[in-house]
Write a protein that binds this ligand. Structure first.
Ligand code: ADP
Ligand code: MG
Ligand code: ZN
Length: 477
């Protein structure tokens, strides 16, 4: 029997607001435990929540970016459950009337485009965090995260493979970061995903029983967990065992999913409208403004890079997947000129990314500004330095932020194109290696790169390679 996978994703995204959803506590990540907490987010009795408008704006902008209908009146509901990291005893979420509904997102896998439906996007507050210390045999509760604004983005069960699920997540990640509605940091839990997976015989319309996979905190884990789960369900069915609807946890060390709780243990959340919060009503003028002031979205940006700036599609993909890198690239192109976008892209995707990775740095840590990267690309283009030198000095320029041209001049790294200086070195190399010259003249023309290498070594990499090749050709005739 041949099976087809059916996948729907629930993605939780932290919204980039300075304060929490219903109080003025800061949302910064990594503070001392329980320092960003007040009576409201600690769930004390007798306090009232006050809605943060910025969170509503972010949710609406995201809704527009994925073609949702925006509900002008939406309602907060209490989702009741008992857990130590939830001091109120309920999460404030949206149930019957979410803020956004009926959207879609285009993905492309192996050159094939597909549209994935978005069921709904709702606003909610995050829970705190339980911290288990095995060494002390104790558990702690940190409420810094309690009350941080989230949107949950629920997809239709429209994906058919792990590759499609990852493509959807990456497209969504690019959108939230380009919009600036979230920093999208997966390690810090700002962008988290649960995957619902089922399989059905190819050709069958009805869906199979699904499992929900939790604890997927990187694109790679999403890929691995879904692939494992599809295979596991297939093995179960082939062994004659029915699929049990349950929540499963991905163990990234073992690469497997394991049962966490079955449907019988599933929560009854007893949703009801939150009596402390009036429905969100958004002024139509404001909605109009939020819609019209959306920035260029990743898909449009990608097409512009390919069509107007002539970038290879793979390069455009890499740039667009990281909004910070993309902004840096665009600023560097503006500092030079659009006709040179490809050369700037090569400098960004080559030396810049490599230096960042090697130094374990992010773009924010770098002193180099876009205009300086453009300057470096320009002095390679003008022949002032070789691209080899540009690669060599990149890490230093990245860290110091000084002008590439000044640096090159002060270190005497400018490329030598002077024919007489190069001729002198070429003649010296040929004189030192008579056997190789003999062999070359006898037909071993591959030795040319040996000669080029020797000249470069003598000139500490600064010789203009075109002039060296020309001089060698002349003297080896
Ligand atoms: P719940 O509230 O229990 O999480 P929902 O109906 O809201 O359930 O569905 C959650 C997610 O599961 C959605 O993303 C949806 O697309 C997906 N889903 C629903 N049925 C299936 C199925 N049979 N196989 C895979 N995914 C499914
Ligand atoms: Mg769910
Ligand atoms: Zn608070």
């Amino acid at each position: 029997m041949e099976y087809e996978a059916v996948i729907g994703l629930e993605v939780h995204v932290h919204l980039a607001t300075r304060s929490k959803l219903f109080c003025s506590c800061p949302t910064v990540f990594g503070s001392e435990p329980n320092t960003n907490v007040c009576e409201v987010c600690a769930g004390m009795p007798g306090v009232l929540p006050v809605l943060n408008e910025k969170a509503v704006e972010h949710a609406v902008r995201l809704g527009y970016a994925v073609d949702c209908t925006i509900n002008n009146d939406s309602v907060f509901a209490r989702k009741n459950y008992f857990y130590p990291d939830l001091p109120k005893g309920y999460q404030i979420s949206q149930f019957e009337k979410p803020i956004c509904e009926h959207g879609r997102l285009n993905i492309s896998v192996d050159g094939k485009s597909r549209e994935i439906g978005i069921t709904r996007i709702h606003l909610e507050d995050d829970a705190g965090k339980n911290i288990h210390s095995a060494a002390e045999n104790r558990s702690y509760v940190d409420l810094n995260r309690a009350g941080v604004p989230l949107v949950e983005i629920v997809s239709e069960p429209d994906m058919r493979s792990a590759d499609e699920a990852v493509a959807y997540l990456k497209a969504l990640h690019a959108i939230v970061t380009h919009l600036g509605v979230s920093d999208g940091n997966m390690e810090e839990g700002s962008f988290r995903c649960d995957a619902n997976v089922s399989i059905r015989p190819v050709g069958q319309e009805a869906f199979g029983t699904r499992t929900e996979l939790k604890n997927l905190n990187s694109f790679r884990h999403v890929q691995k967990a879904i692939e494992y789960e599809i295979q596991r369900q297939q093995d179960e069915l082939e062994d004659g065992h029915p699929i049990v609807q349950e929540t499963r946890l991905f163990d990234s060390a073992k690469g497997i999913t394991q049962s966490m709780r079955s449907k019988e243990e599933a929560h009854d959340y007893r949703y009801f409208p939150d009596p402390d919060l009036i429905p969100i009503h958004i002024d139509p003028e404001k909605l109009k403004f939020w819609k019209e002031s959306l920035p260029e979205l990743p898909e449009a940006r990608r097409s512009r890079f390919i069509e107007q700036w002539k970038l290879p599609p793979a390069d455009a993909d890499t740039l667009v997947s990281d909004s910070g890198l993309c902004a840096f690239f665009e600023a560097a192109v503006q500092a030079w000129k659009p006709e040179q976008a490809r050369k700037v892209a090569n400098m960004v995707l080559g030396p810049l990314l490599r230096s960042l990775n090697q130094g374990g740095m992010s773009l924010a840590d770098a002193a180099m500004k876009p205009a300086q990267l453009a300057e470096l690309a320009r002095i390679v283009d003008s022949g002032l330095i070789s691209s080899k030198i540009a690669h060599d000095i990149f890490p230093e320029l990245l860290a110091s932020g000084q002008s590439p041209e000044e640096y090159v001049k002060s270190k005497g790294l400018a490329q030598v194109s002077d024919t007489s200086a190069i001729d002198e070195e070429v003649l010296a190399v040929l004189a030192e290696n008579p056997a190789e010259v003999e062999a070359y003249k006898g037909g071993k023309t591959k030795l040319i790169s040996f000669f080029v290498g020797q000249v470069m070594r003598r000139m500490r990499g600064r010789a203009n390679p075109a002039v060296v090749n020309e001089a060698l050709a002349r003297h080896l005739k």
